[in-house]
Design a protein around this ligand. Structure first.
Ligand code: FAD
Ligand code: SF4
Ligand code: SF4
Length: 482
């Protein structure tokens, strides 16, 4: 039934049902259910339709949030889907895993006093309804343009660009070194945040629209960048960042101290039914172990919650700053605490102890000192504050850097920044190589899915402009030659 707007004064914020923590600990299924139709309309109707919608300003895609909330409240869901999908290539993903508390919802004006509109959950609801009702259709370009684009990387950045360019009529080939499409959406992020069928459904849709995927194909191993440049009119590099940051502590070489992504990839592959010898050997399985995860970002949160589900004896998260200053989403911290994870704030490892295998983490307490150049207070160790946590498995979730792409791609002319990310012209998004563009984490450093989508869309626009000009020049040259 259509709902009147401005209901925030009479209707409380409510999220879709969250499964009880005891039940969640037993499996890897998503923890939130779907809104019932009436609840979605009622929650959307809490929106006050602001003249200047701060929710939209703080969404990296500048999604037209007030409009699709209004349409949802009026039970006009097909139109709501059209509006929401016009600016977002994966609203079903963003609705699930954007850190909304830092983006759209955290900036909703009714957050002050009444709690924000549940924007992410409504976005997810609209898109799931659209899939169920058959409103989501593969791209059907009005005409084929003939020019071809090669995209390296099938993560959200590459997929958003592929979708946008295919809709314009380009021939698109996406290359990925993994055997599945989705990048970190499949191999990094666990099922309890984003089930893999959601990504498979997008993959199917993009294939049905005519995008070709070449999987198990690593640029640098199976072809040099120069070969792809010969094959295509333009190239997009969207390879993400995968080089794990390490920690310089005595004992770091002990067995059972592992990088976060190795741990998560093994768990995700196991869930997908793949053969995973490094998991079956027990090295990357937390079952029955005392686990310590080091770090305070989204990756650390995914590791602690994965360890809980694998049946760890205990799970602790060691982070050098406090709760207010951690980079991960507060919502995920609450979920982890409910599931039994213990957070040890203001503590950093000093050394790893054990013989052959790790047996413990010696840590010292930290206090937050003066702010550094980035404005964040820098953590300082407190003298004489050492303590030891027992551990049979330590997971290092300290962030990621870019690989050496110029070396890997056999393209020394590809310019990189001092952080190793690919350098682009900010306006054209082109790299130092003509016709080669870049987007997503490989340009920004480790970031968010929604930013990768935004970059992919922006790069698609710039590549379109580049190819239009290239075609125009070719036409003039052909005329002159006649
Ligand atoms: P990626 O998703 O990394 O995709 C890059 C693709 O390029 C991969 O498929 C890779 O196989 C391929 N590739 C790399 N090199 C080559 C090569 N040489 N040849 C061929 N293919 C290649 N963000 C959120 O918004 N919310 C979250 O909750 C969240 N949780 C996260 C949890 C974890 C554990 C991690 C690691 C990240 C998380 N993020 C989250 C961040 C988010 O996943 C990334 O910002 C996003 O996936 C970046 O997209 P991308 O397309 O730039 O790169
Ligand atoms: Fe919010 Fe992310 Fe959706 Fe934007 S894309 S409206 S930030 S959930
Ligand atoms: Fe609606 Fe909140 Fe956005 Fe205002 S800020 S338009 S109330 S969702």
């Amino acid at each position: 039934m259509p709902q009147k707007l401005l209901k925030f004064v009479s209707v409380d914020k409510s999220m879709p049902q969250k499964r009880p923590a005891g039940e969640r600990r037993q499996d890897f299924s998503e923890i939130y259910g779907e809104f019932a139709r009436r609840n979605a309309a009622e929650q959307a109707a809490r929106c006050s339709q602001c003249g200047i919608p701060f929710c939209q300003v703080h969404c990296p895609l500048q999604n037209n949030i007030p409009d699709w909330l209004k349409l949802t409240a009026e039970d006009r869901l097909e139109e709501a889907y059209e509006v929401s999908s016009a600016t977002n290539n994966m609203p079903e993903v963003c609705g699930r895993i954007c850190p909304q508390d830092r983006l759209c919802e955290g900036n909703c004006v009714i957050e002050k006093g009444f709690e924000s509109v549940t924007i992410g959950s409504v976005e997810r609801y609209i898109t799931e309804t659209a899939f169920n009702e058959g409103w989501v259709k593969p791209a059907r370009p009005r005409r084929e343009l003939g020019q071809s684009v090669g995209i390296i990387g099938a993560g959200p950045g590459g997929l958003a660009a592929a979708d946008q360019l295919r809709r314009k009529g380009y021939r698109i080939t996406v290359y990925d070194r993994y055997d599945r499409v989705g990048g970190l959406l499949v191999y990094g992020i666990p099922n309890f945040k984003l089930e893999k069928e959601i990504i498979q459904r997008r993959h199917d849709l993009l294939s049905a629209g005519g995008i070709e995927f070449v999987l198990d194909f690593a640029v640098g191993r199976d072809a040099a960048l120069a070969e792809l440049r010969q094959r295509h009119d333009a190239i997009l590099i969207a390879t993400g960042v995968y080089q794990p940051r390490d920690i310089a502590c005595p004992g770091v070489g002990l067995k059972n101290i592992v990088p976060a992504l190795d741990y998560l990839i093994a768990s995700n592959r196991k869930g997908l039914g793949d053969a995973v010898p490094e998991f079956d050997s027990g090295d990357l399985d937390a079952s029955g172990k005392r686990v310590v995860v080091i770090g305070g970002g989204d990756t650390a949160m995914d590791c602690v919650r994965t360890a809980v589900r694998q049946g760890a004896k205990s799970v602790r998260c060691l982070y050098r700053r406090d709760r207010e200053n951690m980079p991960g989403s507060q919502r995920e911290v609450r979920n982890a605490e409910e599931e039994g994870v213990e957070f040890v704030w203001l503590a950093a490892p000093e050394a790893f102890v054990g013989r052959g295998k790790v047996r413990g983490v010696r840590a010292h307490r930290m206090h937050l000192g003066t702010a550094d150049a980035s404005g964040r207070q820098s953590p300082q160790p407190i003298e004489g504050s050492s303590f030891t946590l027992d551990a049979d498995l330590v997971v290092k979730a300290l962030g990621f850097d870019a690989e050496d792409l110029p070396g890997l791609f056999g393209a020394p002319e590809l310019k990189v920044t001092r952080w190793g990310t690919v350098a682009i012209d900010q306006r054209s998004m082109m790299t130092a190589l003509d016709g080669v563009f870049a987007a997503g984490d490989i340009v920004r450093g480790a970031s968010l899915v929604v930013w990768a989508i935004r970059d992919g869309r922006d790069a698609a626009e710039q590549m379109h402009e580049y190819m239009r000009q290239k075609a125009a020049v070719a036409a003039v040259s052909a005329d002159a030659a006649e």
